[in-house]
Design a protein around this ligand. Structure first.
Ligand code: SF4
Length: 365
């Protein structure tokens, strides 16, 4: 029955037999109306490639500054510096936050920030050193390729020099943000003052070549066309064939509130759950065989939709996303967050495991 239905789509047949999907295949699947079949095929491939375990990391999130020289239309985070809520963390704050991360049971700190126009390279190097000095076992996953590219322009150092110095100071991996959508046609409508798609790809390629592995992301659900999604996925796959440096792929659902896209009336609703599921399934089908971890960012989906996404090709839940606010609210007992996350896969008859930054299994539930 399933195989009969799969014959409805040549692209699905090709995906199931393990062939690389082409751009045209991707376009066919973006338009394919049988979401059930798309999800079932992605789920079947997920099971074949990575089995039934759903992983997640215990992560602590730290945004070192919200001051940004860019002003992206899709961003609600940035400040220009004069606002009451503009901030930049000082070395003491960074040290305290690293201590909180450790107390909460995090195994990694996830660090990103705005493009600060005045901070020197030493600020970033010190950040790494401060964290590693007190907590050498904490993995530092920091800086998007877009931040690195900006820092290279700002400090007039090459991307390679910046990455090498940060690695030397303690940088373990990179989080994969700033990719948004690579195609220039859409990129110019959602980011302003950020590197091009090609510059992002070149920067992350240099990181991989230096032994700094990274995640990859894609921002969807705003004003993109199907072709932009397919183009993005294929560019990620082609780079992965070259470097093998991507750890996981995380599709990020666009969050509408307080963005220029919302204020200008260009996006009035967040995308549907149906579209979310199509994106997860398509990510699995297009990247399968090369980038085999597809992460479901449960913070954006909510826990119930995250469970369904795990049945449409996903095999990872990203992480616990602890932060200072959560620490304040939860005191020192955050075990429940880890257990709650572990329950999500178990409720859908999948195994759950806590992993580290590089997908090594730390404990099973
Ligand atoms: S670079 Fe763009 S997305 Fe990143 S903080 Fe600045 S305005 Fe926001």
């Amino acid at each position: 029955m399933l195989s009969e239905l799969i014959k409805e789509s040549r692209a699905l047949e090709r995906a199931i037999s393990g062939e690389d999907l082409t751009y045209n295949d991707g376009m066919e699947l973006m338009d394919y109306d049988n979401l059930f079949m798309l999800g079932a095929a992605a789920d079947m491939i997920r099971q074949k490639l990575v089995g039934n375990t759903v992983t997640f990391a215990a992560s602590y999130y730290m945004n070192y500054t919200n001051i940004c020289a860019a002003s992206c239309q899709m961003c609600a985070f940035y400040r220009k510096g004069g606002e009451d809520d503009a901030y930049t963390l000082k070395p003491d704050d960074i040290s305290k936050r690293a201590g909180m991360a450790k107390e909460m049971g995090a195994t990694e700190v996830h660090i990103v920030g705005g493009f600060h126009p005045d901070l020197p390279l030493e600020y970033y190097e010190n950040m790494m050193k401060i964290i590693k000095k007190d907590h050498p076992e904490l993995k530092i996953k920091a800086f998007t390729a877009a931040e690195i590219f900006y820092l290279s322009k700002l400090t007039k150092n090459s991307v390679k020099e910046i990455l090498s110095r940060l690695k030397e100071s303690g940088l373990d991996s990179m989080p994969g943000g700033g990719a948004e959508l690579f195609h220039p046609e859409i990129r110019k409508l959602i980011v302003r003052g950020k590197c091009s798609g090609q510059e992002w790809l070149d920067t992350i390629e240099q990181a991989h070549n230096l032994g700094i592995q990274s995640n990859a992301t894609m921002l969807y659900g705003h004003i993109e066309k199907p072709s932009h999604i397919v183009d993005h996925l294929i560019k990620i796959r082609e780079l992965q064939k070259k470097t093998h440096g991507f750890i996981t792929f995380i599709p990020l659902k666009f969050s509408l509130d307080n963005t220029e896209l919302e204020k200008e009336g260009l996006v009035t609703n967040e995308c549907s759950a149906i579209y979310d599921l199509r994106i997860i399934a398509l990510s699995r089908l297009l990247l399968g065989g090369y980038l085999n971890n597809i992460s479901v960012y449960w913070v954006a989906y909510g826990k119930k939709l995250a469970q369904i996404a795990l049945s449409h090709g996903g095999n990872d839940l990203v992480g616990t996303a602890f932060s200072e606010e959560i620490y304040r609210a939860a005191g020192k007992s955050t075990t429940s967050s880890v257990l709650e996350l572990a329950n999500l896969p178990k409720e859908i008859n999948r195994e759950a495991a806590q992993r580290d930054t590089f997908f090594n299994i730390l404990r099973k539930f």
